[in-house]
Ligand binder design. Structure first.
Ligand SMILES: [Zn+2]
Length: 216
């Protein structure tokens, strides 16, 4: 029985690395995957991991019909034994419905990988639809850590190291970012709620005026 599986977590939780691992394991057994992605850090039509591995992928455009894409591909006599959809949080809810149809009508496994919530701790629409439709939701346990050492469960957007909570849901940033650049950082919930990033914490620790923050 084919299934739609949603592998989810924060940024830096190893999703793309696992996607590449699944791709590698199946290729090694002679299977051919259809790999979709959107806004990968390595550029259009790429699926890459932070560890430096990269493979070619189909860049999903606005309004693209993923089910029709598969049907078209197969009807040309080309192979697709399974589907990987990376950066699935960036897909539209309709596109997630199309992936569910790929599972049900074409009998292919679909492995979707995505960030669960955005920088305001709200579900991305694509991720919400995956939670609603997936046969299985796997929360990745490769633990990303907050600067304080606690398990990082939330994504923060930063501008010059300072956390912001306003702005468009999707802004592809540079995670190594310099001064005024938009960046992203994973935090524990406590520090996400307090908007305390690594840079903010460092500045506070260096300032003689700041009293230690009491817990709670
Ligand atoms: Zn923390």
């Amino acid at each position: 029985m084919s299934e739609l599986v949603f592998f989810c977590g924060t940024m830096d939780c190893g999703k793309s690395t696992l996607a590449l691992q699944i791709e590698h394991n199946r290729s090694a057994r002679g299977l051919v995957g259809m790999i979709f992605t959107r806004n990968d850090r390595a550029g259009e039509g790429k699926l890459s991991s932070r560890l430096g591995l990269v493979t070619d992928a189909v860049e999903v455009e606005d309004g693209a019909d993923l089910y029709a894409h598969l049907v078209d591909h197969l009807s040309q006599g080309r192979r697709a034994d399974y589907v990987i959809a990376d950066e699935a949080q960036f897909l539209a809810p309709e596109q997630i419905d199309q992936l569910a149809r790929v599972v049900d009508d074409l009998d292919l496994d679909v492995y979707a990988f995505g960030i669960t919530t955005d920088f305001r701790s709200k579900l991305f629409p694509g991720s919400q639809r995956l939670v609603e439709l997936a046969d299985r939701v796997e929360v990745l346990q490769v633990e990303a850590l907050c600067w304080c050492g606690a398990r990082a469960t939330h994504n923060a957007r930063t501008v010059g190291g300072v956390m912001v909570v306003e702005g468009a849901q999707v802004v592809v940033g540079d995670v190594t970012g310099s001064a005024d650049e938009i960046g992203y950082e994973v935090l524990c919930r406590r520090h996400h709620r307090r908007r305390m990033t690594a840079a903010t914490a460092r500045a506070a620790a260096l300032s003689p005026d700041v009293l230690p923050v009491s817990p709670g």
